[in-house]
Design a protein around this ligand. Sequence first.
Ligand code: AMP
Ligand code: MG
Length: 336
Amino acid sequence: METLCLNSSETQIAAEILQRGGIVAVPTETVYGLAANAFDLQAIKKIFVAKGRPSDNPLIVHISDKDKIYEVVSSFPEKASYLAEKLWPGPLTMILPKNPRIPHSVTGGLDSVAVRLPAHFVIQEIIKKSGFPLVAPSANLSGSPSPTNFSHVFEDLNGRVDAILDAGECSIGLESTVISFLEDPPRLLRPGAITPQEIETLIGPIIIDDSVYSKLKPEEKVLSPGTKYKHYSPKAKVVILKGTSEKYAEFLNSLSSENIIALCFNQDIPLLKIPYISYGDSSNSSEQAKKLFSSLREADKFFPQIIYAHCCRNEGVGIAVYNRLVRAAGFKIIKL
Ligand code: AMP
Ligand code: MG
């Protein structure tokens, strides 16, 4: 298939492709998404094929107007509605009971649906012009780091999708925070740029699902099917090193530099004698969030056997950065 490349003023063309049942990669403030009509079974199927995504991994449905929520869900509890009022449009996805109109192929067979109102004007315009909500999982091949600019999407999906719309770099760089309202207190299933503390300030205590920090044990119930799959991984193996800049550099400088690369912080650079890529300042979690996925893709271009990532701070937005990094590393962490 020939993939059409669009610019950010060509939202009408993107909407027309979606109305004809096509699939289009579009920017959001989190990462680029691969969009299709949430009510069109054939278009939804094309998304799973293009990404190579397992069919039980449900998709997030994107709306452009809070008043249209009942096209997607069958109930909207008070706490969820209050969060929507305060944090939408924005990087927050809520799991709610699904409207019967939403096909089970969208929800991986579940009776719940994930819904978000994104802040990026391009996807908002496309939803409005299309006239229906859009499913939009990350626009990458399943398992690889999520795409945060046009060239990442092009690398993975050129020839597999109808169009890619280029609107530059995503401002956040990590996927949305996912919170489930199927129970009370609500349960955080995936951390993102909106932190647990921010949510708790608005609606009181929430539960953080065990899968946020650690690998699920085989007997544990999977509440968010996406969490059981290999995720965010570059081609090279990733290993996380936990320790000070000095210990990190000492460990790496003692290895043969041929087949390895450091995924480090700016502060580590003067100490390192091996090839490196920085994913930001060690105290700036938002910068790390923005750069993590593109740094993993960039590191792969050196064809290393191992990427040694310096462990980030696990608080605030850093919880989300840590969550993606440990998955990219398959939970391999060395304490120095
Ligand atoms: P992606 O769009 O690739 O960033 O992934 C969407 C994430 O939302 C995955 O981790 C899914 O497991 C999760 N998700 C989507 N729908 C549901 C749902 N109904 N219940 C629980 N998790 C969901
Ligand atoms: Mg994804």
